[in-house]
Design a binder for this molecule. Structure first.
Ligand SMILES: Nc1ncnc2c1ncn2[C@@H]1O[C@H](COP(=O)(O)OP(=O)(O)OP(=O)(O)O)[C@@H](O)[C@H]1O
Length: 596
């Protein structure tokens, strides 16, 4: 049975203990066995009554009462075991989900940063939260039901075959037909495709919902409604269409199941009548026909539950596939050097790199001396960010090598590499925590004085002090809202605390307003002192003083030199510089063509 395979696969994957699950299975089995007892006692009771009616024995009330008490005791035991089994199943489920979520988040933190750039946060969140929740439901609710249903129905059917195989065969006809159609509906290629499309549409919608919420401010500014957000409405529509298709597809087989399962008596009564008409042992057949009628009804619920679990199995299979895909994702090989290099110059040696099917860098070689500033410029898509990201091992180079202090970045342990460098992005993430703790991320050992000193140097001390709780003010969803420039300066304070010898600036001041840009520049000047700096900037005046400017075009180095040398060369850089200057002269015009 797929459910059992899934559960044990889950336990293997999550590394959780088998104990709770074994207890759960044990008590579910005990419950199933106890459920069968009242049917056996009913059979004995009927047999006793028939024997009394035919005059072969006299009715013994003490025997009848003992059967009644055994039935009641078995029902109570069944209820208690079901409860205990279900409790253990819940504990097992939460234990597995707990370990699975830990493993997933651990794995996500081990995956290269490039992985997170290309995978939607919504889809990852869907796998870590929704898929694991689905598994929780499966283990906690369906597993005890499945164990009980399988044991009960096979036990009862075997017993009925022993009593009379002819009646048992006729009892099996409606059950078999219903089970076959149900199985066929969910196991054939069309069924699998419809179920896959439905669950893929849920995952897709999860991804776009997160994106939609993140992009809401932009949508509002442009006065857009949900329906104009094409991807979102398209995904919601797809979910609706596939959900409808899934329901339409699955309803007939479920309807058949609901009609066929309780209709076994239609077969048992005529076959029973024929058997009664042709037997000498009348009282025996009256007893078992009665028992068959009783049990055909008793089998309905467990078989219905089994079929229901079967119909969910593909969903569980998909959730498990999503989880194992992340867990099996390849991490970059870990280097063996635990200590950071002794020096911090950066050397690119004929570096080539391709994204899945796109060449981004070809034969890129340059040397950035320790303590100097290297600027990367070039048209959009030239490969500037790729160069910066490769130093931080967002991915590994396809060919050539990148060395820090003469040591290949692939040979450094992740901690050693990230001790060497810091990256300042355009957008800086603030955790839902106090400002103090957000800055302390740069160095967990930093004292409050260190934090304030860093904040002062990063030009954010003054505005932090003006906040209601100063450094203890919470930021994020349930705290104050900070402007992009303020977040940027807090991020710089964080990096000042970290004090890494290499700093990469990726369009760090691109969106800052004039006042913030001045503050950020001042903060950066302090951060960058005596560091090896790699800076990507579209606004060329900001990198005019760089020790070396590397001009990239279509993944290749076009020119290299200082600002003066490159202007003199009159190549691509000189053209970009001219365009930049013209851009600065650009002013908004009024409707009448006058400059504002
Ligand atoms: N994750 C990715 N998957 C596939 N292709 C990518 C990916 N990231 C970048 N590229 C492609 O690689 C090339 C180089 O991209 P890169 O971001 O390095 O350029 P850039 O010079 O930094 O551009 P910009 O100035 O616009 O930020 C581009 O053609 C881009 O489309």
């Amino acid at each position: 049975m797929k459910g059992g395979q899934h559960t044990f696969q889950l336990m293997r994957v999550s590394g959780s203990k088998k104990r709770y699950l074994v207890f759960s299975i044990f008590f579910s089995m005990l419950s199933a066995l106890s459920q069968m007892v009242p049917y056996a006692t009913t059979y004995l009771l009927l047999a006793e009554l028939m024997n009394t009616m035919t005059g072969s024995v006299t009715l013994e009330y003490s025997y009848i009462w003992s059967l009644v008490w055994i039935s009641l005791g078995a029902l109570v035991l069944s209820g208690i075991s079901l409860f205990v089994g279900s409790m253990f199943a819940h504990v097992a489920a939460y234990d597995i989900i707990y370990h699975l979520r830990l493993k997933l988040t651990q794995k996500l933190s081990e995956l290269p940063l490039g992985y997170h750039q290309v995978h939607s946060k919504g889809t990852l969140k869907g796998t870590v939260m929704t898929d694991t929740e689905r598994l929780e439901g499966f283990i906690a609710h369906y597993l005890p039901d499945t164990v009980t249903a399988i044991l009960f129905s096979t036990g009862v059917l075997t017993y009925l075959f022993i009593l009379d195989w002819r009646l048992a065969l006729f009892l099996l006809i409606p059950i078999g037909v219903a089970m076959f159609f149900q199985w066929f509906a969910f196991r054939n290629e069309k069924g699998k495709e419809i179920i896959d499309q439905f669950f893929n549409s849920i995952a897709q919608m999860n991804g776009t919902i997160v994106e939609y919420v993140q992009g809401l401010p932009v949508l509002k500014v442009f006065n857009q409604t949900v329906y104009s957000f094409q991807r979102f409405s398209r995904d919601v529509q797809a979910f609706h269409d596939y959900g409808k298709a899934y329901s339409i597809y699955s309803i007939p087989s479920f309807a058949l199941l609901l009609v066929a399962l309780p209709s076994a008596f239609v077969f048992i009564i005529p076959v029973g009548a024929i058997l009664l008409a042709n037997t000498d042992d009348y009282s025996y057949y009256v007893t078992i026909v009665f028992l068959f009628l009783l049990l055909s009804n008793g089998l309905f619920l467990p078989i219905y539950k089994l079929m229901y679990v079967g119909s969910r199995s593909r969903q569980i299979h998909k959730a498990l596939a999503g989880i194992t895909k992340i867990l099996n994702e390849e991490v970059l090989p870990e280097g063996s050097h635990t200590k950071k290099p002794n020096s911090f110059d950066i050397q690119f040696d004929t570096v080539g790199f391709s994204y899945e099917n796109k060449v981004a860098l070809k034969d890129v070689s340059f040397y950035a001396k320790q303590g100097t500033v290297t600027a990367l410029v070039g048209p959009s898509g030239a490969g500037k960010s790729t160069v910066a990201h490769l130093i931080a091992r967002f991915w590994d180079v396809s060919s050539g090598s990148i060395k820090i202090g003469g040591m290949d970045v692939r040979d450094l342990k992740t901690e050693a590499l990230y001790e060497c460098l810091s990256i300042v992005f355009q957008d800086n993430y603030m955790y839902s925590d106090t400002i103090r703790n957000n800055i302390r991320l740069g160095n967990a050992q930093a004292s409050d004085q260190d934090i304030e000193r860093a904040a002062e140097a990063a030009q954010c001390h003054t505005f932090i002090q003006k906040l209601s709780d100063g450094y203890d003010t919470k930021v994020g969803s349930d705290g104050v809202h900070l402007s992009g420039g303020e977040c940027q300066r807090i991020a710089i304070a964080r990096l000042l605390l970290k004090d890494s010898p290499i700093v990469i600036l990726d369009e760090a001041t691109a969106y800052a307003d004039a006042e913030n840009e001045l503050y950020i520049q001042q903060a950066l000047n302090i951060l960058l002192q005596h560091k090896t700096v790699l800076i990507i900037a579209h606004r060329l005046p900001t990198i005019q003083q760089a020790d070396q400017i590397i001009v990239l075009d279509q993944g290749e180095i076009e020119e290299k030199g200082t600002h003066t040398q490159l202007i003199a060369q009159e190549g691509l850089y000189a053209t970009l510089w001219r365009l930049n200057e013209e851009g600065h002269k650009w002013t908004l015009k009024t409707g009448k063509g006058k400059a504002l």
